[in-house]
Design a protein around this ligand. Sequence first.
Ligand code: PRX
Length: 654
Amino acid sequence: MSDKKIESILNENRVFPPSDAFVAAARLKPADAEALYAEAAADYEGFWARLAREEIAWATPFTEVLDASNAPNYRWFADGRLNVSYNCLDMNLAERAGKTAIIFEGEGGDQRTLTYRELTDEVARFANALKAHGVATGDRVVIYMPMVPEAVIAMQACARIGAIHSVVFGGFSANSLRDRIIDAGAKMLITADGGHRGGRVVALKAAADEALAAGCETIETVIVLKRADCGAAMQDGRDVWWSDAVAGQSTTCDPVPVDAEHPLFLLYTSGSTGKPKGIQHSSAGYLLAAKLTSQWTFDLHDDDVFWCTADVGWVTGHSYVAYGPLAAGATVVMYEGAPTVPDGGRFWSICERHGVTIFYTAPTAIRALMKFGDDVPAQYDLSSLRLLGSVGEPINPEAWIWYHEVIGHGRCPIVDTWWQTETGSIMITPLPGVTPTKPGSCTKALPGIDVDIVDEAGNPVGSPEEGGYIVIKRPWPSMLRTIWGDNDRYIETYWQKFDNRYYMAGDSAHRDADGYIWMMGRIDDVLNVSGHRLGTMEVESALVAHDSVVEAAVVGFPHDIKGEGIFAYVVLRGERPTGDAAESLTATLRDWVGKQVGAIAKPDEIRFADNLPKTRSGKIMRRLLRVIARGEEITQDTSTLENEAILDQLRGKA
Ligand code: PRX
């Protein structure tokens, strides 16, 4: 987007105000929202300080609010001390000990519920087990688990003793797990024999063993939950079954107060280079915003049943499964498996059987489930639903309308929430009892979040329809603090572009005449595949790591269900294969990338070519590759190509 202004192409005019009934019962009504915006505008720090005092139970109250002396390494509430697990669990015991905290359903249909009392006890027992195995405040613990309550128990147990967790999504490969363990310098790995996904068993411990065999010297102990009964090779002296680790442990474990800025977790995410970034989040600022946004955006009431379908391997599963809703005393649903097992009605069946009132998922899932037709959701009683949410990528108006009509029966507001691993919590979203929604727009920033759209020079874009960079102009409590072990990269990636003044999110957007924000996608080489971020370089590095590959270029293309698909152009060491040979090598390379990074990174299409189109200065002409991947006409100048015939190869026509 460097020299060209982005123009928006979406033209969606429908407006959906919340119903009077919804507004009447809402936690935040228009006047409340107005008061919050006014308060934040009048005294930004005072606004956050008040909320931090009201919403967090402090072991030592803070006196400093925002410390900008080392910007952009901001600190919030820095002289305060607290414990996050205490805030999420113990704080609910007085009034909600017997309230259900977690309703769990396995893919095979097994069910379990945990009250706040039971969850607190399990967290304490596991925290004691962590201590017994030498984990102390500040140690890193990697969690590589299926979507089961023990994943949340493990996260909360780390928080209880001030250990820093880093959850690695169970769909990532052994190599990805190894890289993250090494980068985090983790002392312990918590995993399971396996989990259930898509009708199969995902053998997590086997992948973990492969990772550990490839040099993760810092790992001293591996705790293994028996989940799938698929067997696990246990290494003497290193591996311990979860059940043995907690046997005999007390259900009392005093929460360890930590500094407000103590890292609660690291979560690795893709950037435009090959190496994932360990996004570091704080304790107090993160907790505050995770809790508040759970209440504000999802209008949580005490009798709600909240289901965020995200896996705990992603930030959404941190903020809106493991932390935010628990801090708010809510009942959360966790589901282990795929949305299509045993059929495309599984999500709706879970909503019906557990009386889900608030449902939060990703556009990719909505599109996938739409394909099954309207008859499928029509078989279920979805009358308990009162609010729907979307996250991870722009939701196309067609999916929005389907979600609104077929799932929400026109009754439920939809909150399209824009945020990132780095922002820690929702930044731009409708307030369900306040904001009239427009399909495809995430509407406006939350109170206390200073969002703008700026041009190359950092000036606000002029006309309403003009696109630009999404920036956040003031630090906010749940912002990332740094990239683990690489503060220079933190500054370079997010701050340098606008002279350390604004946080640059890496997304482009425009505002309409009503001030509504419309996201327009990434500005860097980051793909959004099924709502998950993948760097093109990550996939390219994986491809060139294969013996037969000399060079690779990866671009995204629009994909019906995934939002964005992965298109890889590959130059091989020897002859360019055609026909069956090309097909078989395509399959091999897809599996290879799956093994290197994880199944989500497998290219949807691979094209073999004798070389890649480059500019005179040797840069790959990515724009041209994108045009070809989309099957569009080539309108740009290709006369600089050494070998024009290569275009036919890239198009798959030779
Ligand atoms: O491009 C934006 C897109 O997802 C990116 C963040 O990805 P990740 O850190 O994996 O977190 C996903 C869940 C918070 C953003 O930079 N994105 C996320 N939500 C939306 C979105 N794009 C448009 N609309 C959204 N609601």
